[in-house]
Design a protein around this ligand. Structure first.
Ligand SMILES: Cc1cc2nc3c(=O)[nH]c(=O)nc-3n(C[C@H](O)[C@H](O)[C@H](O)COP(=O)(O)OP(=O)(O)OC[C@H]3O[C@@H](n4cnc5c(N)ncnc54)[C@H](O)[C@@H]3O)c2cc1C
Length: 457
């Protein structure tokens, strides 16, 4: 195998079982799963690289990823499972050493048991008792009950339970923002609760009770050796088919309610099985149909709110942090998540140097430049001044991270995919279907799509 690049004027579309528009995580993982089923794919991508917002590049000798990529659930999650199932040997993930939340001079981890909660250094006893109560409630809550909170925000949920200790809410704000891309005043309570409970499945009564009492220190977040680009290269090696770069799909053609092909690079390709990984916000301009139900479907789903990430990459001329802790500065503002990526994978920095990734929120009305300055002036200057003395490379990224934020009305229970009102046209990606965020969600959406597609092919 090994998917090869080709060009639009060289291909014969009848050689492929499926045509995929867009080579983001959703498109590539769909191609990978279809390969395992003996299918051959053609991928058409508008940019000059594969992967969409999932990729890496070099800046002054440092290999940076798009985004701050601690991959969630590297042991138990669907993305890592997808990799293990399809890639041999599977990619090597290195776990981080846990979350450390700073509230001014105090640092605490996420308490994982009642005992730990009652010793939590970040609040006084009243706050700890409140946290123990709400923590026990969340840990033992069934998925079904969580689903009933899908249309309220996490903050509303906490207020309805009188869990309003400010330090506790501030720490949860940081944790949920880092995992879900939106704050607690916006995140759907259902999605936030699932994130905090860290499970898609129900655990047995016995194991929930045990975790509640003695806690659990297994971390399931990590980085991958070789970075995001290394992962994409491995995925591409396995796919059976071809890809075309620098070629936007201009129209997806529909005839009598069925997909009949697409227009790209000045050519019409005829095909009845099309998977679109194009963001749903672009689809009203791409779908070539005058049927009211098709137009209504794509109009409705084109207005979803996305999440936006700011990542500040710092190359340091010597190793300053040198460990694999996830440090979150909750106060002073702004919330900042600091990771030493080169401590996970030394190949992302020149020898003897260190690559740090700092992620933060871009508040409405603020420029990226202003937020970067605030990050440096506040928490970093106060608690890690040595970082500022060793910066030799600085690179800032802003991008959408996930195409639909996990807010009320946009949870995995509300998503439209993988089918569309057009026969033979399917949708995949982080705004179409799938639980979790980021790569988990892309993997879940691809799994759901391939299941439906194989039934219909
Ligand atoms: C700042 C940031 C931080 C992140 N942090 C994490 C993290 O820590 N952990 C994690 O798991 N995930 C993280 N992610 C998220 C994860 O990388 C993305 O959510 C995921 O890759 C998005 O996949 P998608 O399928 O929705 O595709 P997208 O990346 O949106 O892909 C869509 C593809 O379609 C192409 N396209 C669009 N229009 C057309 C057209 N007309 N014709 C042809 N092609 C077209 C695009 O160029 C793109 O390649 C982060 C992402 C960012 C940017």
């Amino acid at each position: 195998m090994d998917m090869k690049e080709t060009s639009i004027d060289q291909i014969d579309e009848s050689n492929y079982d499926v045509v995929i528009a867009g080579a983001g995580a959703g498109g590539l993982l769909t191609a990978l799963a279809l390969t395992a089923e003996g299918k051959k794919v053609l991928i058409i991508e508008k940019e000059s690289h594969l992967g969409g917002v999932w990729h890496s590049y070099y800046v002054d000798g440092y290999r940076v990823d798009q985004g701050l990529h601690i991959i969630t659930r590297v042991n138990r999650g669907s993305f890592a499972e997808f990799m293990r199932e399809h890639i041999t040997p599977p990619p090597e993930f290195v776990l981080h050493e846990g979350w450390f939340f700073r509230v001014h001079d105090k640092v605490g981890t996420i308490p994982t048991s009642v005992g730990e909660t009652l010793r939590w250094p970040l609040t006084g006893m009243k706050g700890r008792l409140g946290l123990a109560k709400i923590g026990a409630k969340i840990k033992t809550m069934k998925l079904e009950e969580m689903e009933s909170y899908k249309d309220i925000t996490f903050l509303e949920f906490m207020q309805s339970r009188d869990a309003t200790n400010q330090v506790m809410l501030d720490v949860m704000q940081s944790a949920i923002y880092m995992a879900a891309g939106v704050g607690i005043d916006e995140a759907s309570a259902y999605e936030a609760l699932r994130t905090l409970k860290d499970t898609d499945k129900e655990s047995s009564k016995l194991s929930s009770a045990k975790k509640l009492l003695v806690g659990s220190d297994e971390y399931d977040e990590g980085y991958v050796i070789g970075g995001m680009q290394g992962l994409i290269d491995r995925v591409v090696e396995v796919i059976e088919g071809n890809y075309i770069l620098n070629t936007p799909v201009e129209k997806i053609l529909v005839q009598n309610g069925k997909a009949e092909g697409l227009l790209a690079g000045g050519r019409k390709l005829e095909h009845n099985t099309i998977v679109s990984n194009i963001p749903l916000w672009s689809m009203p301009n791409i779908i070539g149909s005058d049927s009211p139900d098709v137009i209504e479907f794509f109009d409705k789903w084109s207005t979803m709110k996305f999440t936006q990430g700011v990542t500040i990459w710092l190359g340091l001329d010597e190793v300053v942090i040198g460990d694999r802790k996830s440090r979150v500065i909750v106060h002073p503002n702004p919330n900042t998540w600091i990771i030493s990526l080169s401590s996970f994978d030394p190949t992302c920095a020149p020898e003897g140097k260190e690559l740090l990734g700092l992620a933060t929120i871009l508040p409405d009305g603020m420029t990226t430049k202003e937020i970067v300055q605030q990050v440096k002036d506040n928490g970093i200057k106060e608690y890690h001044p040595e970082i500022l003395e060793h910066i030799e490379m600085e690179h800032v990224q802003t991008s959408y991270a996930t195409r639909a934020a996990l807010i009320p009305g946009q949870t995995d229970l509300d998503r439209p995919g993988p089918k569309t009102p057009v026969d033979g046209l399917y949708i995949v990606g982080t705004d179409t279907a799938g639980s979790g965020v980021g790569l988990q969600q892309a993997a879940n959406s691809a799994t759901g799509l391939v299941k439906v597609l194989l039934d219909e092919l």
